[in-house]
Design a protein around this ligand. Structure first.
Ligand code: NI
Length: 137
């Protein structure tokens, strides 16, 4: 575990006020925790912008259960990129809708590619890729 180092930063009063409001609205207990997460978020975005880095993605989907060819296409895409698929979870929401989350691992390009391929299929009603990465130990 990294040693925690304390340092001070200077901010214009209005920016500090904004920071505190956001910190409270997001449920953070301290400025330190909020600023740490802001820095991590920036580092994760940076990692996603570098080609060849290993990153993770969580793709959440809602789709039409009645479109049988869609389910087949979804499975096909996953079978053709098994190296990037860590796992998938499927729940049956109701008679017509399925929810699936697919956890992906690989380069930003590979993950974006799969997410675009899947998100563009006919019958997908919702598709959202959450970009994740490790940035500290
Ligand atoms: Ni289902």
């Amino acid at each position: 575990m990294d040693e925690t180092i304390r340092f001070s930063i200077s901010l214009p009063e209005s920016l500090l006020k904004e920071l505190d409001e956001k910190m409270i609205n997001k449920g953070y207990a301290s400025r330190s925790e909020f600023v740490r997460d802001l820095i991590r978020k920036e580092l994760i975005e940076e990692k996603w912008s570098i080609s060849g880095e290993e990153v993770f993605g969580v793709l959440a989907l809602i789709y039409d259960h009645n479109k049988k060819e869609l389910a087949e296409r979804l499975i096909d895409i996953q079978h053709h990129t098994p190296i990037n698929i860590v796992c998938a979870t499927h729940i049956h929401i109701d008679h017509h809708n399925c929810l699936e989350t697919i956890i992906l691992r690989g380069t930003p390009e590979a993950i974006e590619n799969i997410a675009i391929k899947i998100g563009g299929l006919t019958g997908i009603k919702f598709s959202k890729l959450t970009r994740a990465a490790t940035v500290d130990k």
